[in-house]
Write a protein that binds this ligand. Structure first.
Ligand code: NZQ
Ligand code: ZN
Length: 399
């Protein structure tokens, strides 16, 4: 077990362009004479006028469009964009949307720069897991703060036929730039705002709630972000509250949550994400909702392994000072559930439509996708996944 901050190398090359009315600066960010493919999702960027602003800013460029990237972007859709790029000779991609459009674009950028089978970018039973050696350059315009995909090199792709949701990381798929206009969040419905707060909250937790190695900076950055989400979460989910600073704080806090700053040198868990992805495969539940449905049970089942950090979380994030250490752990779990409830998120599996009979499928999927012996200790086995799913059905342990 690691007991010190481990060696690390950090290079996050993403230029962040943050604030009001920044889309018009696209010509300063995309090389002149680029042939640009604009990628987007199911149409929100058309409905709310963002695509028109982008096209206006790109009026001196040759550009085309590829829309229809789904929430939980599919391999099947994204490879169509790869073909289009190869046929038409696009050499820059501009993703306009949330995590799904950005993740889809990362895969498109990597596959378009390779002559190999695009499936081979992935491992875990899908392809050969071949290292990505290059990718087309791309930038993003973020419309939904949730994943930090705008500031990292990770992409999560859904394979419909194989019933799988698999990620890859490559230093070649960091965006060249990401434009973050907090006002673009004003059109988000409450549910997506709550998803955004919760996904980012869980990203911080995955790197924080492990065991202590003395990472003071990582710990206190994390605690600051968690407290920020707890403080602003209930206001952020009010879709009619268009307070600029509120949304600006939300957007920036989310981007930092998974951009590398919190994870370097310290252990990471990521089991709640692994267990959650299989729920999305099972019944299409939004990514963030799978996390809040699983996390309280992860904290409960893994309370021994996470004891010291759970106590620290109770004390520093929720200000719990009374009681024994075990009582503090109980309070931390309860307060996490209360927080998720305060922003209208599900906190158990029943609320996201998972029944006891589904657990075999979920555990089998994790085994198939090589998600065994995961977590910060590398000892979360299939049996423990099952125990967590079972506990999460109703969260009886809270009573
Ligand atoms: O598709 P359109 O019409 O654009 O509508 C989207 C979509 O239906 C809508 N939306 C986006 N911006 C909007 C808006 N509606 C109104 N106003 C706006 N400004 O919101 C819906 C959800 O969008 P999506 O991009 O799917 O959400 P999110 O950003 O939560 O992304 C989820 C995906 O990211 C992956 C998840 O697994 C999931 O596939 N993740 C990616 C990570 C990464 N790259 O590092 C880490 C995460 O843990 C996560 O796994
Ligand atoms: Zn996530």
């Amino acid at each position: 077990m690691q007991n010190q901050i481990s060696n690390f190398k950090l290079h996050n090359p993403v230029t962040i362009v943050f604030g009001k009315d920044r889309i018009k600066e696209l010509p300063t960010l995309i090389p002149a004479d680029s042939k640009v493919l604009i990628t987007y999702g199911g149409g929100s960027v058309k409905r709310f006028g963002t695509l028109n602003r982008v096209k206006k800013a790109l009026s001196d460029y040759e550009f085309g469009e590829f829309g229809g990237i789904e929430a939980n972007p599919t391999f099947e859709t994204c490879v169509q964009a790869v073909d289009l790029i190869k046929q038409e000779g696009y050499d820059f991609i501009l993703a306009v949307g949330g995590g799904s459009v950005i993740d889809g674009t990362k895969f498109i950028a990597a596959a378009a720069a390779s002559d190999g089978d695009p499936k081979d970018i992935f491992s875990a039973g899908i392809g050969q897991g071949v290292r990505v050696n290059s990718a087309l350059p791309f930038g993003t315009i973020l419309t939904l703060p949730a994943t930090s995909s705008e500031m990292n090199g990770t992409s999560v792709i859904t394979f419909v036929e194989e019933q799988a949701k698999i990620s890859f990381f490559s230093p070649h798929v960091y965006p060249q730039f990401s434009i973050l206009e907090p006002e673009l969040t004003y059109t988000l419905p409450s549910k997506q705002l709550a998803n955004g707060v919760s996904d980012a909250y869980t990203h911080v937790i995955e790197n924080y709630l492990t065991y202590p190695v003395g990472g003071m900076v990582q710990d206190q950055f994390s605690e600051g972000l968690l407290k920020t989400f707890i403080e602003i979460g209930p206001e952020v989910i009010d879709e009619d509250n268009h307070d600029y600073n509120l949304r600006a704080n939300f957007m920036w806090a989310v981007s930092i949550s998974l951009n590398g700053w919190l994870s370097v040198g310290v252990p990471g868990d990521w089991s709640t994400h692994a267990l959650g992805h299989e729920i999305t495969v099972l019944n299409g539940t939004d990514h963030a909702r799978t996390l809040t449905a699983v996390l309280p049970a992860t904290m409960h089942v893994r309370r021994k392994e996470k004891h010291n950090k759970l106590v620290q979380y109770a004390e520093r994030v929720f200000g719990v000072t009374e009681g024994t250490e075990d009582e503090k752990v109980d309070a931390a779990i309860k307060k996490t559930v209360e927080f998720f409830k305060s922003i209208d998120m599900p906190t158990n599996l029943t609320e996201v439509g998972v029944e006891e009979k589904d657990i075999d499928f979920l555990v089998d999927q994790l085994v198939k996708h090589e998600k065994i012996n995961i977590s910060e200790h590398g000892n979360q086995t299939a049996d423990i996944h099952r125990e967590i799913y079972k506990a999460a059905l109703t969260n009886n342990f809270l009573k």
